[in-house]
Design a binder for this molecule. Sequence first.
Ligand SMILES: Nc1ncnc2c1ncn2[C@@H]1O[C@H](COP(=O)(O)OP(=O)(O)OP(=O)(O)O)[C@@H](O)[C@H]1O
Ligand SMILES: [Mg+2]
Length: 373
Amino acid sequence: MITPRTPFPTSGYFGPAYFCDREDELIQLKRNVRGGNSTTLVALRRIGKTALIRHLYHNMGKSYLMIYVDILPTESMSELLNHFAAAVSSALPESSHLGKKIWKYIRSLRPVLTYDALQGTPLISINSTPEESKQSIAELFSILESQSKPVIIAIDEFQQILNYPEKNTDAWLRTIMQELNNVSFIFSGSEQHLMQDLFMNPERPFYRSTQMIKIGKIEHEKYRKFIVKTFEEHRKFVPEPVVDEILHWADCHTYYVQLICNRVFLASGKRINSELWKLEATKLLKEQEFVFYGYREMLTKPQWNLLKAIARDDLVLQPTSSEFISRHQLGNPATVLRSLKSLQKMELVYREIDPNGDRIYGIYDVLFKRWIT
Ligand SMILES: Nc1ncnc2c1ncn2[C@@H]1O[C@H](COP(=O)(O)OP(=O)(O)OP(=O)(O)O)[C@@H](O)[C@H]1O
Ligand SMILES: [Mg+2]
């Protein structure tokens, strides 16, 4: 495994040394996989779903065949086939018995083969109709099913199947899944409302077919320990209260914590104090300003005002209440409701159920929240 440029990577997975906690989630995932059960991971964006899948794979040992496919780039069944075929083949050495079998099958589909030098993975392009693609995917599944090693297939950004022109992709996949005894699935997706609809709506084929694991933020204490220790290992000293400030600023949201720690690591000498991280935070916000002005360009005035209001309040229980509306001068509840829907659709605002069972609204982009307040 390669080493990241700083011990706080902001993308990818580099092994347990750079990975904080998630012990309970790992245990749950392992239990599901060992029991042959499928799992759905739901979480806010940038909390660490993808990294957790990588971490699981790192921990599973060699007795499993582990396949990971990110389907965000796919827009149709035939592209799903391309990505799936590439994922299966890159999980297997071509010299292995199964690898040979898989490649023989893929070659029979007369693919155009290229290589993604950046990712170091094969790119496969097969010219096929939606029906043919479905059959080929089913065939790949049955080859995997026919050998003895248990298989884990993680499909990341799974909600993307809802954008395919082919309808009922989920029903088709669910039917195939039911016939597989040797394969367990992990579905992960960053668009929470779509994932919830796919797996929790009784009218959907995937309804209750998997165990849902909700991934929350890493506990403050654990993250603090991890950060102090990681700096220490690189002979940098950071007092705990300073780490607390950083975690608070980044809302303990994984990606943002990693981002600010990454910057602080690069900018620091042997000792890290409040001034240093604050300076780095200010620089980060300055760099992102064009993104924030982009939001303003993209949004209508009521949407923009609502976004700012939610950001300023941090978490909002009742955005249509007269108290919230009048305090932020947002007009009338109908406008607010409409804007709220649009902001959720654009993935700027999320809705969650808090531990008390109440609906709360918050904004995804922690940097924007810090910039506007
Ligand atoms: N437990 C962890 N410890 C340290 N860093 C982590 C951890 N989990 C995730 N990260 C880092 O946080 C960043 C975001 O993680 P990741 O991409 O896995 O999130 P995600 O939930 O899949 O995001 P998205 O919703 O955009 O798909 C990455 O840089 C990753 O390396
Ligand atoms: Mg991800």
